[in-house]
Ligand binder design. Structure first.
Ligand SMILES: Cc1cc2nc3c(=O)[nH]c(=O)nc-3n(C[C@H](O)[C@H](O)[C@H](O)COP(=O)(O)O)c2cc1C
Ligand code: SF4
Length: 439
């Protein structure tokens, strides 16, 4: 078992330092340069754990370059770091687990990133009401009295809306008090208050905190070669002991399930990655390796590293209908294809789940999915379209039954409550995304 992220270490700073040692200082007399960490992150081949699995060293370099391009006298050249602990995916619990049980490792990552890119402001963002707020407050108070951070790290609590945790929305919130995505510029170009902004997922930052201590070669000793290291997986649905487990990337799906007691019965499919992820039929997916390329090759999306088993007594199309309706309500209401297209998709999926759709309506749904993909200011519509399209691909027999007014679990459901996905209450698009809505 490879456990690197300190989930079983007590969360205090003293215990953290006993377990991991102190974050090394950059010592100019020794010839260290703040930017050395970027090279180490490249050696580590660390890829972001927030959903996109983008190479972290490229983001660090992009922020440094964007800052340098502004010239020494520009007032807006000083970079900003934002740790993304929002965990917008309702089925995910990994970032909350990390921020409550190992908050100092994430804060070390913010500290190391800030020093490396020369940031003068640093934030950790968790959604309003997050269980991580108290542990972060305690951790930040401990760090302030020990004066271990080069910049003060502040907690920000944007609204608990799905798109509020998209990186440009977070930068927008920090700079202007609005949690709507901004486009076309990315945060590394123009982020919080127009400044170059690094947004990294909480887990990515925890790995960064370890790389700063132990180096890139150490980090890449375990895991899949294309995306090394360990990763936190939120396992849920039809398993006896759902929860968050840490495994090397590339671990077989059946081994991950075994850490949670194995499947609780016959599994008909999996939701991978979260609600912006994708569905796969059970088939031999349990033999697949849990890394971005292998999950994609099997038809899924590793995304936010959610692995949700759907038991045979759960109708995947009913699950899909509930989640799609919620995703439609989470639009920020800024782009037509997202604001108007997603509710139409949700309505089509609802008809399918209710067994009232016919072949014409089904074709209409497929057309809509094609039309909205790639047409939003952010990736929210693409993620929702993929969620629907992969379900239609993964469960063709169930789709055919529903178009024939039947359902494979009709009359048998209700005995598998563990299969149902968590769906927060529906809200109106765009509501509550402004700071003034809360004051
Ligand atoms: C609609 C939407 C919601 C997102 N929600 C989250 C989230 O809750 N947490 C997160 O870390 N990244 C989320 N992301 C991804 C972020 O935009 C960003 O890519 C990520 O925080 C970067 O961190 P990483 O490079 O360390 O993965 C979301 C993206 C989209 C399009
Ligand atoms: S695509 Fe949707 S969520 Fe994204 S910016 Fe446009 S309206 Fe907002």
């Amino acid at each position: 078992m490879t456990a690197r992220l300190g989930l079983s270490t007590p969360p205090s700073l003293a215990a953290h330092h006993r377990e991991f040692g102190r974050l090394p200082l950059v010592d100019a007399r020794r010839g260290d340069r703040p930017g050395d960490l970027v090279d180490d992150v490249e050696r580590a081949a660390l890829r972001g754990r927030g959903g996109g699995w983008f190479p972290t060293h490229l983001k660090l370099r992009a922020v440094v370059d964007s800052s340098a391009a502004r010239g020494p006298l520009s007032r807006s050249r000083r970079p900003v770091v934002i740790g993304n602990g929002m965990e917008g995916e309702p089925a995910s619990g990994k970032d909350a687990a990390l921020l409550t049980r190992s908050p100092h490792l994430v804060l070390d990552g913010i500290s190391a990133a800030a020093r490396t890119i020369g940031a003068t402001d640093a934030f950790i963002a968790v959604h309003r009401g997050s269980p991580a707020v108290p542990s972060l407050e305690v951790a930040l108070a401990e760090r302030a009295s020990s004066r271990i951070d080069p910049v003060t790290i502040r907690i920000v609590t944007p609204p608990a809306r799905y798109v509020a945790s998209e990186e440009s929305a977070l930068a927008h919130w920090v700079g202007d008090g609005e949690a709507t995505p901004v486009f076309p510029d990315r945060p590394f170009q123009r982020g919080a208050a127009g400044r170059p902004t690094l947004v990294q997922n909480a887990e990515t930052l925890a790995h960064l905190g370890l790389i700063a201590r132990r180096g890139g070669a150490w980090f890449a000793e375990v895991g899949a070669p294309g995306a090394p290291g360990t990763t936190l997986v939120t396992v849920g649905g039809s398993v006896p002991n759902p929860g968050v487990v840490e495994v090397p990337t590339g671990t077989a799906v059946h081994e991950i399930l075994a850490r949670c007691g194995g499947p609780a019965g016959t599994v008909r499919g999996y939701l991978t990655g979260g609600y912006g992820g994708g569905w796969v039929a059970a088939g031999d997916f349990d033999q697949a390796a849990w890394d971005p390329d292998s999950v994609r090759a099997a038809g899924g999306v590793i995304g936010a590293s959610v692995l949700w088993a759907i038991g045979e007594l759960t109708c995947p199309l009913e699950e899909l209908a509930r989640v799609t309706a919620w995703m439609a309500g989470e639009s920020a209401g800024q782009c037509g294809p997202c604001m108007f297209g997603l509710p139409s998709v949700a309505e089509d999926v609802r008809s399918l789940a209710l067994r009232t759709a016919d072949g014409v309506e089904f074709k209409q749904l497929q057309n809509r999915l094609r039309l909205i993909t790639g047409r939003g200011g952010c990736k929210h519509p693409d993620g929702t379209a993929r969620l629907v399209a992969t379900a239609l691909d993964a469960f063709p027999d169930e789709v055919a039954l529903h178009l024939d007014r039947r359902c494979s679990v009709a009359g048998r459901r209700g005995t598998d409550p563990a299969g149902t996905l968590p769906v927060p209450p529906a809200r109106l698009p765009g509501l509550d995304l402004r700071r003034r809505d809360f004051t």
